[in-house]
Design a protein around this ligand. Structure first.
Ligand code: PMV
Length: 361
């Protein structure tokens, strides 16, 4: 598969107007994507759990315009016009125009809402860009009725990647790989694929409680963050390490070895932050309460033999991961000992979605 496969043949029919709605989830990476080449090509493979509750729902309405000289669209979040979202979407449209040649023919209205608060510090770009990519694929399907479900999803992932890299892991399935890896046959830098090997029962319905330590705007945008990996002193070794960690996860998923899983996941989270701390300029995205939570998790694990662990995004919030069979005890621990470190005691309970992720409404 190359980019060329996603350039459609000339359309035989035309459509005046229409509207599509898709709901698409966020995801949390276990092996992190951090660093990219031109055209949103990742420097290393990544793998993520798809979340079940953190979703974006987007309605894309379109009306044919008289002129076709430029993009024309409006964006609304929860019914409110959001002109500050427009530059990101304009960049996205520019990048994908060659793959969706009808984009300048229509005026689009993009109405979006999230199941999680916009100001929660939870990145909405994965769920947002994947929902928009799915809507755009529904439009393309109007022109090319015979496209298969596989092609539809693959191209949706391909397009979502061009909006926000991690968004390509939010299209299909519950455990997703993006980026070529020698042991994963069909893995691609161009789109996410469903993890193709066996996954032990231990990982079914894995739980993720997101502790909102800092709900502010991101201190470092991911575009800036990825760019910091250019000329980073540890970049090459880091990219190799991601490949190694992917290999290790393949056998961990097979055997259900939760202790080994914890080591990889926590090390990946801390490595992501270590990359930011050792870039130029350097950043510390964790807050004191992030560290308090991590230490509490480590103490609880040592005392109880729990398989609880944490991972982090490019921010201060903590994703607490644990197997479903520990749900009752860990939720009790979170409420008693961790919630106090969250901003306004705010947290979100989620779990890995097995099936009910991406829905056309
Ligand atoms: O999709 P982006 O460009 O916002 O990058 C996201 C990167 C991390 O969330 C930090 C890691 C990942 O793999 O999701």
């Amino acid at each position: 598969m190359t980019e060329q496969n996603f350039i459609p043949k000339p359309f035989a029919k035309t459509v005046e107007n229409g509207s599509y709605t898709w709901s698409s989830p966020s995801n949390i990476a276990l092996v992190k994507y951090w660093g990219k080449k031109e055209d949103q090509i990742p420097e290393n493979p990544s793998i993520s759990f798809t979340l079940n509750n953190c979703k974006t729902t987007t309605t894309l309405s379109f009306v044919k315009k008289k002129t076709t000289n430029d993009f024309s669209f409006d964006v609304f979040l929860d019914g409110e016009k959001k002109d500050d979202f427009k530059p990101k979407i304009a960049t996205f449209f520019k990048r994908i125009e060659i793959y969706l040649p009808f984009l300048k023919d229509y005026h689009f209205k993009i109405e979006t809402s999230n199941t999680f608060p916009h100001s929660s510090g939870i990145a909405s770009s994965a769920s947002g860009m994947s929902a928009l990519a799915l809507c755009l694929m529904s439009v393309e399907k109007e022109f090319l009725e015979d496209i298969s479900e596989d092609y539809f999803n693959q191209k949706a992932s391909f397009l979502a990647r061009l909006g926000s890299g991690s968004a390509c892991r939010s299209i299909e399935g519950d455990l997703i790989v993006w980026g070529t890896h020698k042991e994963i046959n069909k893995s691609s830098n161009l789109f996410g694929i469903k993890y193709p090997f066996s996954v032990h029962e231990n990982f079914k319905h894995y739980q993720d409680t997101i502790l909102l330590v800092d709900k502010g705007e991101k201190q470092v945008s991911s575009t800036v963050g990825h760019n910091l990996m250019h000329k980073h002193p540890f970049a090459e070794r880091r990219f190799e390490q991601a490949h190694e960690n992917m290999s290790k996860l393949i056998s961990i998923f097979e055997t259900g070895d939760l202790d080994a899983f914890i080591k990889i996941v926590e090390s990946e989270a801390l490595t992501l932050h270590a990359m930011m701390m050792t870039s130029m300029p350097y950043f510390i995205l964790m807050k004191p309460n992030t560290l308090e939570i991590i230490n509490k998790i480590w103490t609880y694990r040592a005392q109880t033999n729990s398989k609880i662990c944490f991972t982090l995004d490019a921010g201060a919030n903590v994703h607490v991961l644990y197997p479903e069979n520990e749900k009752e005890s860990v939720v009790e621990f979170i409420k008693n000992e961790l919630v106090a470190f969250c901003q306004n005691e705010h947290y979100i309970s989620d779990q890995i979605g097995f099936g009910a992720n991406q829905i056309q409404l």
